[in-house]
Design a protein around this ligand. Structure first.
Ligand code: 13P
Length: 332
């Protein structure tokens, strides 16, 4: 088995998910400030160390995604983040896109950038110990959008990224995110998510990406956040799994983003997914649904590091317990 296949299998190992702690400097800074913490490089480092060093984290998390700044920083004891988490039994990952930027020719839509110089950056990240990478494409739903051009451009960039990662021996997390912003129905989200996945699959195939050596990180299929008709976990699970069924059996696994759902809703939806029998594991790669409670509990107070870690541990344990129900919950 190739090393990418082995790593991908480890990332989606039974009962485990992935912690997304890779907010860009700008996003992390505004989240810290909102929590009353001064947005310095040292505070971003302290916060990421708090998350990574949470006791027992490896029981429910196979990996943590960092951003470039964090991968260049060290734990308080001087060990670089990648080595420190490896030593804790957790795989370190790195976000390698440079963000969703306005797409020329397509007003109101974005294409994710970061392909220039990517092979060189991946070689560097592999050298400093990164096992996997992440690239997030962002698709917006309105009455008119997304356009075919935005879907195709983002899918092509995701595939070029994924092929470059596998060439560097790094597992790509392929993240096509259809945003929850808007008033759209769950059916509309399903239709758009299906169209995006079809384009992503086509582009991955054209560039000979090995699906057994990637982890797909999709949005759950849900209604827009301004639609008052809130779907039940059973409805979300059914709609999501139906869209995912178009992926071949050899895909290593699926690890959902939380996308702005509350931590409790994301977990309930993830649990409901486990009732469906699928050829690939369905797990979590949440950001906000795991770390928001930890940031709120800690809010920069050195006396509250343990409270922050307890809050993260509780969310990770709840989601790991949900994915462990796989098998038990499936119809006989
Ligand atoms: P959320 O779970 O907060 O959507 O973040 C996941 C992620 O990694 C976004 O790229």
């Amino acid at each position: 088995m190739s090393s990418c296949r082995q790593t991908a299998a480890r990332m989606v190992a039974p009962g485990k998910g992935i912690l997304a702690a890779d907010e860009s400097i700008g996003t992390m800074s505004s989240r810290l400030e909102k929590a009353g913490v001064e947005a310095t490089a040292e505070n971003r480092r302290i916060y990421r160390e708090l998350l990574s060093a949470t006791p027992g984290l490896a029981d429910g998390a196979s990996g943590i995604i960092f951003c470039d700044e964090t991968l260049g920083q060290t734990f308080g004891d001087g060990s670089p983040f990648a080595q420190a988490v490896h030593a804790l039994g957790i795989l370190p990952g790195i976000k390698v896109d440079t963000g969703a930027k306005p797409c020329p020719g397509l007003p109101g839509e974005t294409v994710t950038e970061g392909l220039d110089g990517l092979p060189g950056r991946l070689a560097h990240y592999a050298e400093v110990g990164a096992s996997f990478a992440k690239w997030r494409a962002v698709i917006t739903i309105t009455d008119e959008l997304p356009s075919a051009g935005a879907i195709r451009s983002n899918a092509n960039a995701l595939a070029r990224y994924a092929a470059a990662c596998q060439a560097a021996g790094i597992v790509p997390i392929v993240e096509p995110e259809v945003l929850m912003d808007g008033t759209h129905t769950i059916e509309r989200c399903a239709e758009v998510t299906a169209a995006v996945h079809a384009a992503v699959r086509e582009e991955l195939a054209l560039l000979n990406v090995d699906l057994a050596g990637i982890v797909l990180k999709p949005n759950m299929v849900v209604e827009g956040k301004d639609n008052p008709q809130v779907s039940t976990p059973e409805q979300v699970a059914e709609a999501t799994v139906e869209v995912l069924r178009t992926w071949p059996e050899d895909l290593a696994g699926v690890a959902f983003l939380s996308g702005g759902q509350s931590p409790e809703r994301a977990t309930a939806n993830l649990e409901a997914m486990q009732r469906h029998s699928t050829p690939w594991p369905l797990t979590f790669s949440f950001g906000r649904a795991l770390v928001d409670p930890a940031l709120a509990a800690w809010h920069g107070d050195p006396e509250l590091v343990t409270a922050g870690q307890d809050a993260l541990a509780e969310r990770v344990a709840a989601n790991a317990a949900a994915v462990r129900l796989r098998g038990e919950l499936q119809p006989a």
